[in-house]
Design a protein around this ligand. Sequence first.
Ligand SMILES: [Fe+2]
Ligand SMILES: [Fe+2]
Length: 492
Amino acid sequence: MGTDPRTGAAPDPTGPLSRVDYSERIPNNVDLAGDRRLQRALESWQPKFLDWWRQLGPALPTKDVYLRTAVAVGRDGWAHFEHVPMEEYRWGIFLAERDPDRKVNFGKHKGEPAWQEVPGEHRADLMRLIVVQGDTEPASVEQQRVLGNTAPSIYDLRNLFQVNVEEGRHLWAMVYLLHAYFGREGREEAEQLLKRNSGDLDAPRILGAFNEQTTDWLQFFMFTYFTDRDGKYQLGTLKESAFDPLARTCQFMLKEEAHHMFVGTTGVQRVLERTAELMSEHGTADILPHGGIPLAVIQRYLNFQFSVSMDLFGSERSTNAGNYFTSGLKGRWMETRRKDDHVLLEDTRELRYVEDGRITTTTVPLLSALNLDLRDEYVADCSHGVRRWNQALADAGLSERLYLPHEGFNRKVGVYAGHHVTPDGEVVDEAAWRARADEWLPTDADREQVASLMIPEYEYGRFAGWIAPPKTGINDQPVEFDYVHLADEGLL
Ligand SMILES: [Fe+2]
Ligand SMILES: [Fe+2]
């Protein structure tokens, strides 16, 4: 076996199974050609996906984009980079390698072989989990549709499009499972995934945060930091699933997801670097007249995106979450590294909630609080990023710091819904909340001001004035590389 004629990539040492077959209309490593019915069903969904992409995918016309495509699923060398017209991106179906000895690692089926088929008793629940996950993927593409028109650089534009094509691929990942394992109902759900749209009043996306508009690039960076990170944790639980095809799909999606969070972490970081620079230079926090985003506005954007992402974890107390765990459908984050019996019938934990106007705790069965278990892991992860961002402020000699708001702040789901909790964790009444909400959440004026800075910068190697350039480019290319060729390049 020589190099791949299409990609020039070296053969994958992990073997032929992991290599992606690009001679097919739908690239895949699941031997789609061996199942004609499934192949035909997916091939009839493909044009609908492409229609959706053309209508609700990136609005900015481009000639081609320097994108990575999966060529194998092995540990190394799974990604290949080249300039491709976006609508010719090879969306396909890539599952991580199958481990023939894999067992169920938790719940009542613990120790039994992992499932290669869907058990009848868990069919409805599994399908629901896959549909909810699948619904978020195209939603974010829709939310980010017009951002290309205001990109701060060609480098950032390329990253946006990379995230977009991969979220499209994540939709493929879920649609494959629906088609392959859930029959006619699964195919119907796959159709619906293209019919619900972000913010659509009649047919909105399933989860709240995925119906919010991504108004500007600061919000995009907050979204990829906080909301893609929710995705990481949800995929982390599904990667433990007893249903092996789901576990293997999510395992590979997580590899792609890492770049999305990189975009968020470094994006916010670069905004802060520029903000800090302007604050030092002009000796004021009011840097808007100097073309920067004030720290207070960045904090309000953070408060918003963190709180809506917290809602994505669902209610702290959830019988469903416990049942999913016990049945083996959904594990905990890093399930196999946990030092307990992985059945949890006897375990308890503390749960915070609001009673008589203050936050108090109670002890509940751990099985009833698994959404909270996952959310706590997420919050700990989020706080690492904030620490890193604060380092950028410290390095610039500033005393101001960013912080994560209290878990109860601005919540619409779970034990804090219906209460007003300040970012410091104080429970206040409606009047007090209303008097100060503008200090804590982005106002219309904030969004307008940020929008006023969002002037596109399409010259290679140049960056808009509100954001610092990155330290390095993508895939060892220089920062000023021609990552994107716009459709109207001749006019620039
Ligand atoms: Fe995704
Ligand atoms: Fe993502």
